[in-house]
Design a protein around this ligand. Structure first.
Ligand code: SF4
Ligand code: SF4
Length: 77
């Protein structure tokens, strides 16, 4: 799977202020069926690593702090 080239082009973004990965949360990583998200230990936040997405939304819906935003393409809405 291709790596994300630029975080600004990622369909899933993480609010680093709200993310509590530094406290041990890995919910979004665990629920993604494609394993697209990872924890960036250096920054203590989840990030999208791979340039792919099914727009299935558990990462956004299950995040305990509403830190995840999935940008669904207009043609899929
Ligand atoms: S589920 Fe939310 S708080 Fe937990 S690691 Fe993912 S983005 Fe951070
Ligand atoms: S929307 Fe689905 S496929 Fe995309 S990152 Fe979230 S859980 Fe993974």
């Amino acid at each position: 799977m291709p790596l994300i080239q630029s975080s600004s082009r990622a369909p899933v973004t993480i609010n680093s202020e709200a993310c509590i990965a530094d406290k041990g949360c890995t919910v979004c990583v665990d629920v993604c069926p494609l394993d697209l998200l990872v924890i960036d230990m250096a920054n203590g936040t989840a990030v999208m690593k791979y340039d792919e997405c099914w727009y299935c939304l558990p990462c956004e819906l299950d995040c305990p702090t509403d830190a995840v935003s999935v940008e669904i393409p207009y043609l899929l809405k």
